[in-house]
Ligand binder design. Structure first.
Ligand code: FMN
Length: 195
């Protein structure tokens, strides 16, 4: 992988790799999201990439979850995509913004009714018995009846605005390729890193 063959824009380069991953792997949009408390205690979990444009990488979740609380006190995150079938990894680091409500609403509308009810029912990241979760789901279903399942005030999207993006490609003898993009005053700086 030569630096000059990569797109100067990391989002365009990411899109190209994501498109290839779509043909190679079952869940190409699955990414590890790492967050941390204000004190620096890290935590990580898988979420799905649900939006991508020049502004950044979008995912959706319960804003009162553990990740939501960590992002409220420390709005920075790292993402990792791993596509083993292609021998590729992408790392993203950046600042995190709340997605505007109209964008969360648009995605919410695309979710199946059952998923929307589950978002209302689940106090994500809180201890709870299975029977309690089932009861909360039934309660949500009854509350909305046949009507529209509205966007919960505690649920929505986040955008990870990238400051650095690294493309990693498996090569023989562990002489892997690593190209890192870093946001500069104008455009992006690129450099090769030792594997
Ligand atoms: C393949 C996969 C996709 C997932 N996608 C999401 C997602 O898009 N949003 C989300 O809130 N949780 C998603 N989860 C669940 C999270 O990994 C996690 O359990 C949950 O968000 C609670 O995390 P937290 O307690 O750190 O906030 C996904 C899990 C897996 C395995």
């Amino acid at each position: 992988m030569r630096l000059r063959e990569l797109d100067p824009d990391p989002i365009a380069q990411f899109r190209a790799w994501l498109r290839e991953a779509e043909h190679a792997t079952a869940r190409p949009e699955a990414m590890v999201l790492a967050t941390a408390t204000a004190a620096g205690q890290p935590s990580a979990r898988v979420v799905l990439l649900r939006g991508l444009d020049e502004r950044g990488f979008v995912f959706f979740t319960n804003r009162e979850s553990r990740k939501g609380e960590e992002l409220a006190e420390n709005p920075r995150a790292a993402l990792v995509f791993h596509w083993p079938e292609l021998g590729r990894q992408v790392r993203v680091e950046g600042d995190v913004q709340l997605l505007p409500e109209d964008e969360s609403e648009a995605y919410w509308r695309s979710r199946p009714r059952g998923s929307r009810l589950a978002a209302w029912a689940s106090p994500q990241s809180r201890p709870l018995a299975r029977s309690e979760l089932d009861r909360l789901y039934t309660e949500a279903a009854q509350r909305f009846g046949a009507g529209d399942v509205l966007l919960p005030p505690f649920w929505g999207g986040y955008r990870v605005v990238p400051l650095a993006v690294e493309f990693w490609l498996h090569r023989e003898n562990r002489l892997h390729d690593r190209i890192r993009y870093r946001r500069a005053a104008e455009g992006w700086l690129r450099e090769r890193l030792a594997p």
